[in-house]
Each structure stands twice: as structure tokens, then as C-alpha cells.
Design a binder for this molecule. Structure first.
Ligand code: ADP
Ligand code: ZN
Length: 595
């Protein structure tokens, strides 16, 4: 490997070790860094957790002049600032929330800044352009670059004005970064920001350390409590409504004894901010939130993301689950879905205007396909994003335990015809009674015991009615009526006529527990490791930073295993750069010597 590195990359690698303490570039970081050092403008599309920030932070420490970083959120900037400074990088933010703006401006003029973070609103003002002429620039880095495109899901008009600023400095290369950009958005971002056609570095979407699992929801509190017992680290639970967020947070706290806090737009802003910072700083907290939570949070040690209910789209699902395991350690993404989630979503389609409805239906069908597949979940996800993944990943529920696939076409015809003959207005409870021939009062009152479908399902088949109904609802072949009944939809008629086959996926009966993998990879009951974490906690409180800013778990694990006795030995470990060695080396060596 080493021999193939170009000279500037060779020194970048030395700098990678010296500043960040990392031995190797990850994924396609090296390519991006090489282009930047070479002065070539680039669009880097890399999944969350791939390490995008390093691709400009590292060159910023090597190039002459300041790297100007345009970033859309103050919280995100301050997060980055903290991490950059912890590695000894000379960084500052210039936002309305900063009291030290004068000092920052002076430092820039004196050429003493590697990184200067600003929001697009400020960056696009003429005064800022004037200000930038006062000192040499090394690079423009545009974070969340999809915001420049109307095709992207997060268009921000201020991003459009960045081009004027950058064009005023034609010799300064541009680096645009994003985790989400389909082909159309990518092309638009490059055109809008003036990045040449050969400037695209597109990393794979795969997040191999995330274990995907999708389960039917029968008792969310119990199911989440099991997940939490397997995952002692921080986690995010996404719930669809404010009320569900509050309710789940309370019940999970009671059921598990873990710290659990709610987060949604209806909370008092101060409470919301406090809950968010408590989560960011915590090593074991679970936050129950609406999808309002997550944007701008760079917490690398989130060990699981759970969805209670189906997400809005596969794109949304991927973005939300992508918040797990940014540090590269094993992490879980588990969805607990119910047939009602799809029923509600499909009901809402009626309100969507005609022009958009087709796309919305396709979105839901793609989700239903993911939920219902017996194939590798990762393969389905990656194919959705246009990749060509291997058929099995070995790290999702379906790969770990093959679910059964059953042909239930006959049963589906019985169920659908019962729906039809009872007038398309009854719920599953009633339909089950009719089909299994239970002599219920209501069934008799309605005369449903005289229908030809009465009592035509027996034995094993009766057990399959519920999963079948779920599958048909997910696919839209059964739709919910206003009053909670079921009606025919989608391909129901084709199934009834015998023109379509129905297969359902049956999850393994009981989920095996304690399969390890996907769980925390931290040693359990290692006194040295525990002591190192304790020390990290104390230093974090003292320095008012989250523990992960000091060292990641992976670094502490290496310390506990290698037991370095000198600063030089400690410096060899991954994640220990020069600045951290100086700031924290001694106390950690002392702790190791004591154990
Ligand atoms: P992104 O912005 O792409 O979501 P980040 O820049 O936040 O990702 O990086 C995610 C995590 O990966 C960070 O905690 C960072 O320290 C770590 N990281 C980045 N590059 C490397 C590398 N080459 N080796 C090890 N860890 C890395
Ligand atoms: Zn798989």
C-alpha cells in the first residue's frame, strides 16, 4: 500500500497519524485528500460516518492559508470545532452565537487559522468577501452540499449565493461534501458550485458495522427493552408522534432503569436543548424522539437506532439509521413495524395531489418491499441506491437467520373474499371469527355465519391469517377504511381471480438472544477498561466536552489491551494524535500503571 501513495499523500499519511492518531485513510478519504492537496475541486459523496470532515481538516493543517468551511447549522459547527480543537487544529467559528468574533477575525487576518466555519447566510454577504481578501485562503469546503440543489431534499437558497463568493477567488479549490445525493442532485451540485465533471468521488453507501433488523411490532416497550439490554450504549428511538414519544420515554425509563429522555418539537426549547446536550454527553442514554431529532448531531458512539413505526421513505430510513455507529464499532438499526403504519400512510395518500401521488405510492411500496423481504436487507437497501451489492451481507436479521417463505395464495383468496362478502367494512378481528367459524354473537347477528366463507379456514392456516393481513396491508392489497375496517385495494382483485400469487415471509419463531455481534464490542468486566472510561468521564466533565471528544471507545480498548507504559508507546495507538497525547497522555498512563 505504502509504495503506491503519491508524495503529497505520503506526507498526508504522516500528518494523519500525527494530528488524528489514525494509521490509515478510510474508504475513499485518500482520494479526496489527494485531490484537495493538488488544488483540484471535488464533490465527495460519502455516507454518514465515512469521515468527511477529515478530508478538509487534514489538508487544512498542511496547506498554506485558511480553509473556509460553509456549514448550515451552528450546532454542527460547534461540534466540529470542539473535535478539531481537541486534535490541536487551529479552528474558529464565526456565527451570531460567538462572543469571540473580533478575536476570530484578528486571528484570520494574522494567518493563524487552519479552519474558519461560517454559515451560508454570512458567507454570501459582500462584507464577508471583503474580509476574506485580508489573508491567504487554502480551500472552500461546502458541507451538506446537497442544500445547493433544488433536487436535493433540503434546498437552502443561501447556498446558491456561495458561487459568487468562490468565483471571486478563482485559485482557491472547492470541496463539496454530502452524504445524500442521487445522480440528478449530484450533477446539479457540481454545476451550481463550479466543480468540473471529473471531480466526483463517490464512496459506497454501505455501513458494514450496522446490523439491520426489521420486526413486527407486538409489544414495543418489551421489544425495545430487550434491545436496550443488549445495547448498553447510547441509542435513539424514533417514534411517529409527540404523544408516542412522551409515552415511550416514560415507559422505557420505568422498564429498564436506564436514563431515557424525550425530544420533539412541542417541548419547551430550553428543555429540548438540555435533553439534546445531555444525550450528546452521555455514554448510556436513550433518547426517544420524532424525526426532528438528529440533524446536526455528530455523536459517534450511538450504538443503536430503533424505529417504532415505519419511516417516511427508504432515504429517510437510511439517513436516520446512519446515525448509529459512526465510530465504526458494531451498531444496530432495528425497525418495529405494524400493519397500521402502512394503512395510515396509504390513507394519507388520498390527500396528496394527483401529480405527486404516483411517486408517493412508489415510495411506500419500496418501504413495504424492504419490510417484507426474505432477502438480505442490506442488499435491498444498497440496490435502492443504485449499487450492486453481494446477495448476502452476513450482518442483517435475514442473513443471520433465514426466514421462511410460504405460498399463501389460497388463504389470501379466502381472506379477501371474506372481506368482500362482509361488505368491506369489518376489521381483522371480525374477519378471523368469520373465517375460522367461531360462533360469536356479532357474527350471528350480522348473518355472517351463513356466508360461504364461514369456517373455511382451519388449523395451521388460522395462525397465518394475521401475518398475511399485515403483508397485504403493507402492499396495499388491503386498505383501511375510515372506521377501521378493511377494504380491497391494489392487486386484491387479481389475487381473487387467481391471477396473482401471494407469498409471505415468516420470521423465525423465537428470536435467538445473545448472538453477540452487533452488540457492544467493549470488554465486559475488565477493570482496566472500566477505569479508563471512568477517567475519560472525569476529564470530559473537567473539559466540558463529551467523552468521545477525548478518546473513542476503540482507543480505550486498545489501551487496555496494549497497556502502554510510555508516551511513545501510547502515541502508537489509533486515535492518539500529538495534541491528545500532550493533553491526556500522562493521566491515562498513570491509570494503566495503577491497574
Ligand atoms: P461524516 O461527517 O462523514 O459523517 P465524520 O467526519 O463525523 O463523518 O467522522 C466519523 C468518525 O470517523 C469520526 O469520529 C472520526 O474521528 C472517525 N474517522 C474519520 N476518519 C478516520 C480514519 N481514517 N480512521 C479512523 N477513524 C476515522
Ligand atoms: Zn444481509
Amino acid at each position: 500500500m505504502v509504495a503506491t501513495l503519491s508524495p503529497p499523500l505520503e506526507s498526508a499519511r504522516e500528518q494523519l497519524k500525527a494530528v488524528f492518531g489514525f494509521d490509515e485513510f478510510r474508504g475513499r478519504q485518500a482520494e479526496v485528500v489527494e485531490r484537495v492537496l493538488d488544488g483540484r475541486s471535488t464533490l465527495a459523496v460519502m455516507p454518514t460516518g465515512a469521515g468527511k470532515s477529515l478530508t478538509y481538516q487534514l489538508p487544512a493543517t498542511m496547506l498554506h492559508g485558511t480553509c473556509v468551511v460553509i456549514s448550515p447549522l451552528i450546532a454542527l459547527m460547534h461540534d466540529q470545532l470542539r473535535s478539531a480543537r481537541a486534535n490541536g487544529i487551529r479552528a474558529a467559528t464565526l456565527t451570531s452565537a460567538d462572543a469571540d468574533r473580533r478575536e476570530t477575525q484578528a486571528a484570520f487576518r494574522a494567518g493563524e487559522l487552519d479552519l474558519l466555519y461560517v454559515a451560508p447566510e454570512r458567507a454570501s454577504q459582500p462584507a464577508f468577501l471583503d474580509f476574506l481578501t485580508a489573508a491567504p485562503l487554502a480551500l472552500f469546503a461546502v458541507d451538506e452540499a446537497h442544500c445547493v440543489s433544488e433536487w436535493g431534499h433540503d434546498f437552502r437558497p443561501d447556498y446558491r449565493l456561495l458561487r459568487g463568493l468562490m468565483d471571486a477567488f478563482p485559485d482557491v479549490p472547492r470541496l463539496a461534501l454530502t452524504a445524500t445525493a442521487d445522480q440528478q442532485t449530484r450533477a446539479d451540485v457540481m454545476a451550481q458550485l463550479g466543480i468540473p465533471g471529473d471531480g466526483l468521488v463517490l464512496a459506497g453507501f454501505d455501513r458494514p458495522n450496522i446490523r439491520y433488523a426489521i420486526r413486527h411490532r407486538d409489544n414495543p416497550v418489551r421489544q425495545l427493552a430487550v434491545l436496550m439490554a443488549e445495547q448498553p450504549g447510547p441509542g435513539i428511538v424514533y417514534a411517529p408522534t409527540r404523544r408516542k414519544v412522551e409515552d415511550l420515554a416514560e415507559k422505557l425509563a420505568a422498564a429498564t432503569g436506564r436514563p431515557v429522555l424525550p425530544y420533539h418539537a412541542g417541548l419547551d426549547p430550553e428543555v429540548r436543548a438540555a435533553n439534546q446536550s445531555a444525550f450528546v454527553a452521555s455514554e448510556d442514554m436513550v433518547i426517544v424522539a420524532t424525526v426532528a431529532f438528529g440533524m446536526g448531531i455528530d455523536k459517534p458512539d450511538v450504538r443503536f437506532v430503533a424505529h417504532v413505526g415505519v419511516p417516511k421513505s427508504i432515504e429517510g430510513y437510511y439517513q436516520e439509521t446512519g446515525r448509529a455507529g459512526r465510530d465504526g464499532d458494531p451498531a444496530r438499526a432495528t425497525m418495529f413495524w405494524g400493519a397500521g403504519d402502512f394503512a395510515t400512510a396509504r390513507q394519507r395518500l388520498a390527500e396528496v395531489d394527483e401529480a405527486r401521488r404516483g411517486a408517493e405510492i412508489a415510495r411506500l411500496n419500496a418501504l413495504a418491499g424492504l419490510v417484507e423481504t426474505a432477502e438480505c436487507r442490506r442488499a435491498v437497501l444498497l440496490r435502492h441506491f443504485g449499487e450492486d451489492p453481494p446477495a448476502e451481507c452476513g450482518n442483517c436479521d435475514n442473513c443471520l437467520e433465514k426466514p421462511g417463505v410460504t405460498d399463501v395464495t389460497e388463504l389470501a383468496r379466502k381472506l379477501l373474499s371474506a372481506v368482500y362478502r362482509t361488505g368491506q367494512s369489518f376489521g381483522m378481528g371480525h374477519l378471523q371469527k368469520v373465517l375460522t367459524g367461531s360462533g360469536d354473537e356479532r357474527v350471528r347477528q350480522r348473518g355472517h355465519d351463513r356466508l360461504s366463507v364461514f369456517g373455511i379456514v382451519e388449523g395451521e392456516d388460522a395462525r397465518l391469517l394475521q401475518p398475511l393481513a399485515r403483508a397485504l396491508q403493507a402492499r396495499g392489497d388491503l386498505v383501511a377504511t375510515e372506521h377501521g375496517g378493511l377494504a380491497l385495494g391494489g392487486s386484491a382483485r387479481a389475487i381473487l381471480k387467481g391471477d396473482a400469487k401471494v407469498e409471505i415471509v415468516l420470521p423465525p419463531k423465537r428470536e435467538r438472544r445473545g448472538r453477540g455481534g452487533g452488540g457492544a464490542s467493549n470488554p465486559v468486566g475488565d477493570p482496566l477498561f472500566d477505569a479508563l472510561r471512568e477517567l475519560r468521564r472525569e476529564l470530559a466533565i473537567e473539559g466540558q466536552v463529551p467523552p468521545y471528544v477525548i478518546f473513542h471507545d476503540a482507543t480505550l480498548r486498545e489501551m487496555a489491551a496494549a497497556r502502554p507504559a510510555t508516551l511513545a508507546q501510547l502515541a502508537q495507538l489509533p486515535g492518539v494524535g500529538a495534541k491528545k497525547l500532550e493533553a491526556y497522555g500522562e493521566p491515562f498512563l498513570r491509570a494503566i500503571a495503577r491497574h
